[in-house]
Design a binder for this molecule. Structure first.
Ligand SMILES: [Fe+2]
Length: 314
């Protein structure tokens, strides 16, 4: 095997401009959507409601059960067939991890690593939301993220994007942790003379910018995968010939009714984008339930997941 990785669109100046813009957006109390600037104020109301909910769960003796559920990471395996997948990538397996919120549950990195152990994968994609909070220090996540990174060494490397809980400052730790961050950039995977592409954009849920669209419009000839924290940019990806779109963010609802119906999903894209497979104008999409928790560290009827996605040539 002749594995090679190249990054397109990474330039020092471009990163500096992005960091300055992201820093400015992070310092405000708004979210920046495709549709414009919106208030984030409803989050504080939501947190108050969560505190009441937590109190009821503790009273009813369900809180510990919810924490236990959040620690039982389920392995999901999906095989996706594509006509236009290069032969060399037939059987190529992606380990997709998202929404780790690794400081929400102490020691959760071991639950994730135990679920991964013994499985084969060619690359690791990390689809954002590494910390619990949306602001403040991210130092508590460095050690557990380092632990995860040290334990995973696939031939095609580890690739990440930022989510709405993350800060641009995390980009500084990229080399130290050993994970390549894609900020509106594309990675090229080469094997036996053939190529596939991975484009990762900045988070569109809080920090949308035109740079994300320009990254998806970059002319790349061949099989293309988009890794974006939410499904919000699926139309741009489909329009630009992406075959596969991977997202997270929703946690599958995290707390669901017994029929697995999510109560709250923090997205407005439609129920079909909350969890699992979807299709948008011929492009295959997958939304992971994520492997961590935010808000309150519990799950009901919605197990955390790690996902092995195997690409097949049809
Ligand atoms: Fe998340």
């Amino acid at each position: 095997m002749n594995a090679r990785k190249i990054i397109i669109g990474r330039q020092r100046e471009r990163r500096i401009i992005w960091a300055a813009m992201r820093a400015s957006l992070e310092s405000g109390k708004h979210k920046y959507k495709r549709s414009g600037k919106k208030s984030r104020s409803q989050w504080s109301t939501f947190e108050k409601l969560l505190r009441v909910f937590r109190w009821f769960l503790k009273l009813g003796g369900l809180y510990q059960k919810g924490i236990q559920n959040a620690q039982e990471v389920k392995v999901e395996r999906i095989t996706l067939s594509f006509d236009d997948l290069p032969e060399a990538f037939d059987g190529f397996t992606i380990l997709h991890l998202t929404d780790l919120h690794i400081d929400s549950l102490p020691g959760h990195e071991e639950n994730i690593l135990n679920a991964i152990e013994g499985n084969h994968y060619d690359t690791v994609f990390l689809n954002g939301d590494y910390r619990r909070d949306t602001s403040g220090s991210f130092r508590p996540i460095i050690k557990p993220m380092q632990r995860i990174s040290d334990a995973l060494n696939p031939p095609f490397g580890k690739w990440a994007v930022l989510g709405n809980h993350d800060t641009y400052l995390m980009a500084e730790y990229e080399e130290e942790v050993g994970i390549s961050l894609l900020v509106n950039e594309s990675a090229v995977f080469e094997k036996d003379g053939e190529k596939i592409f991975l484009t990762g954009t900045d988070d569109p849920f809080y920090y949308f910018s035109e740079q994300a669209i320009l990254a998806l419009e970059r002319p790349l000839e061949g099989f293309k995968i988009a890794m974006i924290h939410t499904s919000e940019l699926r139309d741009f990806a489909a329009k630009n010939g992406y075959q596969l779109y991977l997202s997270g963010h929703t946690h599958g609802g995290q707390i669901c009714l017994p029929n697995q119906k999510a109560i709250i999903t923090h997205q407005f894209e439609g129920n079909e984008y909350t969890a699992g497979m979807w299709n948008y104008h011929g492009m295959t999409g997958y939304t992971s339930r994520g492997c961590g928790v935010s808000g309150i560290p519990i799950r009901f009827n919605c197990p955390p997941e790690i996902t092995f996605i195997t690409l097949k040539k049809s």
